[in-house]
Ligand binder design. Sequence first.
Ligand SMILES: *Cc1c(COP(=O)(O)O)cnc(C)c1O
Length: 491
Amino acid sequence: MIYHSTRSKALTATGLEAVLKGIAPDGGLYMPERFPLLPPEAICGLDALGIAKKVLAAYFDELDAREISAVADTAYIGRFETGDLTPLVRLNDSYALELFRGPTQAFKDVALSVLPHLMAAARKKLNMEKEMLILAATSGDTGKAALSGFCDVPGTRVAVFYPYGGVSAIQRLQMTTQEGRNVAVCAVRGNFDDAQTGVKAIFASEAAQKRLNSLGFTASSANSINIGRLVPQIAYYYKAYSDLVKSGAIPIGAQVDFAVPTGNFGDILAGYFAKRMGLPVGKLICASNSNDVLTEFFRTGRYDRRRAFFKTASPSMDILISSNLERLLYLVCGENTARYMERLKNEGFYDVSADELAALKSEFFPARCGEEEYASAIRRVFVENGYLCDTHTAVAFHALWQYHAAVKSGAPAVVLCTASPFKFPAAVLRALEGDAPEDEFEAIARLERATGVTAPRALTSLKEAPQRHKDVVNLEEMESYILRKAEQTAW
Ligand SMILES: *Cc1c(COP(=O)(O)O)cnc(C)c1O
């Protein structure tokens, strides 16, 4: 399978090269030249791991069946709460697809468990001698999932920067207690955007890259523009479909709608990829919080990042530039994509044509859930279904209700549940009971008592875990911090 940049068909790479590079040299994102076909008949009957292997094999055909198996087995076996990986739970009027049963309690585990082993396989296949140095800026969930995924994977090291004082207590402890001989965690005096800009500056600094190379490293990124993060996510759409067929809820071939809490547009785009591969996906409901730049885009055809940024209770969706949208644009707008991206960079907005907008609207239903609405959504899901969901997932439930109020679909609906409610215990408890204690561990205990749901041990045990990472730097020190770390033979 050949991949090329969304901004230039001439810039090609194999799948494994695209995984190692992360982003194309012209700043575009790698896209497969065509979609491999995988009809639902080909996966119904397989278990979650089997489905993951089918999907990986379709996109990374340079790896043989044994190599694909090794990647998926190492990524998943024994690392998730259940061999089912992403369980589908039946509710009264919809289904909850639980994507948070991995090692760090957020859906990012599904892909960040695979990416390190794809990279390791790629290094081997391409005879790459340099060690991979993975750099990531995080607003909370990506950092821990990357640390957990890359921990002690041979030929890789991972360094994570998070905003000092800018993540929840649980999220901070998840990162600062991380074990492993190839991991570094550092707080940055600044906000998430500052940390992200700092990481981009390290990638863009020729001097830094040269120095890293001379020390035996190639720097790469673990964020969701990497095609190696997108592909593993396709599998859980197939898995949910297979579960619905197995349980007799639908005959094979019937359509299913999916509601997805969206930030960088990676999760929902994987659903669109599944549709193009032949899975009978109906509507993809694109759920945004108050940072509703995507809702506006799907309604009006104008993408405009010149707007206020809100800090919300669903921080992993607080984003104004949804990077993966570029891949969807490429599929719908083709060669106009490069022009739109240029305009976004220079002027802060772009408009798609009326035809392009109509094509987008036929596949996606946009909906917004503001800060005044998510708490009542958490309450309603709990009261009506006895199901406890987190702040991000609540945004998707709210969007699904808006969709059902507007459109008579008739198709079963699956809500993608992206984080454990115990990752955001204070906000969830406040939604249910009106108030919450300062201390997040106390909030966890009260939430357990109020709902009868048990918190994941990986979160409650953080209270006693030793803190191993205490580094804090100023913004302008990020590069020298990484270079200093790179000089150390062991971390
Ligand atoms: C990252 C994240 C999202 C958003 O996913 P995208 O792929 O960026 O759209 C939603 N919920 C949670 C809990 C997340 O960590």
